[in-house]
Ligand binder design. Structure first.
Ligand code: BGC
Length: 419
């Protein structure tokens, strides 16, 4: 692979607060994890205690050769009760950002990665009339405290995910039917609200949800830009490479439209769009088609298909017409040689896009550490660094050494290149 990578290309690994920090107890996700009949297979608990171990973790990421670290702020920590902001929590994230700067890592900061404060779920969640305003207010507070240290800002993580999940038959209940789903009924009862109003970020795929997310992204972008006009701001999307087999064309077209195209169209005018691709999703006459017999699969039973990334970068650049940053890409496997091969193919795909003149600003692998994989709990291993959750000991895998060294080598040769 020749060095197609531009001077300021970000080579990073990503995490999300709820998945690594531990004890995000004021969040809606923590609440949903505890419910009877929860869709979460186990609670997140201490996660990998990144909240207390961030210094060593950041030092390790830098030592491996990366130049960037993507992580999220937890709104539920910063605003644990509506209108009450925690300076201690903001100070914590300030220390995290300072540690990145100290270690030469560009911090890519996500303001919302799936988990929201529990009080927001109680007040209409991601269909609520005041949500965009409340989200923008939180972003404003965070920018006042932290803005000067941020390298790249991501407003919302994967606002389009619920439509992809719905195409797999997960979630997607109309508000009036939520009361008949035991977990939403239980949530509503505990929150003292009507089940029709229970709208968590990852699971609501209504038109109202689309409108609230878009308004939130736009309001947050304006607020962030008001603090730092120079800061790159965008949202990050779940962009599967949507394909069909005979008879599935119409379904694939609809999913492509709902999940990829309309969100990419809505990104026009942003500084960048974050692309998060894990493989391809294939539809047949019956809907989502399982992985064909005999292909290698990941720990979720999906086909291993690293080529999907190149396709989604090209799609995003074509539709959104703005620079792309790969903000997530990775593989759930216990076999790190599979991950290594996957990352190599994915990075080759990025190089090929760059060679064709597509503006790609970075490749940030998912994920730094084996962590809490939402509804799947701790079983899937996406990490480049293994974690023993009894001792919290970290052990970089071969894939971490390979990608980190590749990053170091390319970052160094970028510096050496004549201007
Ligand atoms: C999310 C991550 C998640 C990853 C792997 C993305 O949907 O942003 O939080 O862990 O995919 O499933």
């Amino acid at each position: 692979m020749t060095n197609q990578f531009p001077q300021d290309f970000l080579w990073g690994v990503a995490t999300a607060g709820h998945q690594v920090e531990g004890n995000n107890v004021n969040s809606d996700t923590w609440f949903l994890e505890q419910l009877p009949g929860s869709m979460f297979s186990e609670p997140s608990g201490d996660a990998v205690d990144h909240y207390h171990r961030y210094r060593e973790d950041i030092a390790l990421i830098a030592e491996l050769g990366f130049t960037s670290y993507r992580f999220s702020l937890e709104w539920a920590r910063i605003e644990p009760a509506e209108g009450q902001f925690s300076v201690a929590a903001l100070d914590h994230y300030k220390r995290v950002l300072e540690a990145c700067v100290e270690h030469g890592l560009t911090p890519v900061v996500t303001f919302h990665h799936f988990a929201s404060p529990l009080w927001l779920l109680q007040s209409g969640g991601w269909e609520g009339a005041r949500t965009a305003e409340l989200f923008a207010r939180y972003c404003d507070r965070a920018m006042t405290h932290l803005g000067h240290l941020i390298g790249v800002a991501c407003t919302l993580n994967e606002p389009n995910l619920p439509w992809l999940l719905e195409s797999f038959g997960i979630g997607g209940e109309a508000p009036e039917n939520r009361g008949s789903v035991p977990v939403w009924a239980a949530a509503a009862e505990r929150l003292g609200v009507d089940p029709s109003s229970v709208a968590p970020f990852q699971f609501c795929s209504t038109e109202a949800g689309f409108a609230v997310k878009l308004a939130s992204h736009q309001a947050a972008t304006a607020v962030i830009k008001a603090h730092r006009p120079d800061l790159r701001v965008g949202w990050t999307l779940a962009n599967s490479d949507i394909q069909s087999i005979p008879g599935g064309e119409a379904i694939a077209d609809k999913v492509r439209r709902d999940v990829n195209e309309r969100f990419l169209e809505a990104s026009r005018g942003d500084d960048f769009v974050g692309i998060q691709t894990y493989g391809r999703t294939v539809y047949g006459p019956e809907g989502h088609a399982p992985a064909p017999d005999g292909v290698e699969t990941n720990q979720m039973g999906e086909e291993i298909y690293p080529q999907g990334l190149e396709a989604t970068i090209r799609e995003a650049a074509r539709i959104a017409g703005i620079p792309v940053i790969v903000t997530e890409n990775g593989l759930a496997t216990e076999d790190d040689t599979q991950r290594l091969a996957y990352l190599q193919t994915a990075v080759e795909g990025v190089a090929s896009c760059l060679a064709d003149g597509i503006e790609v600003g970075g490749y940030i692998a998912w994920t730094a550490f084996d962590n809490y994989e939402w509804v799947f709990g701790y079983r899937p291993k996406f990490g480049l660094i293994a974690v023993d959750r009894t001792t919290q000991e970290r052990t970089p895998k071969e894939s971490a050494h390979w990608l980190g060294s590749f990053a170091r080598e390319h970052a160094a040769s970028q510096v050496a290149q004549p201007a």
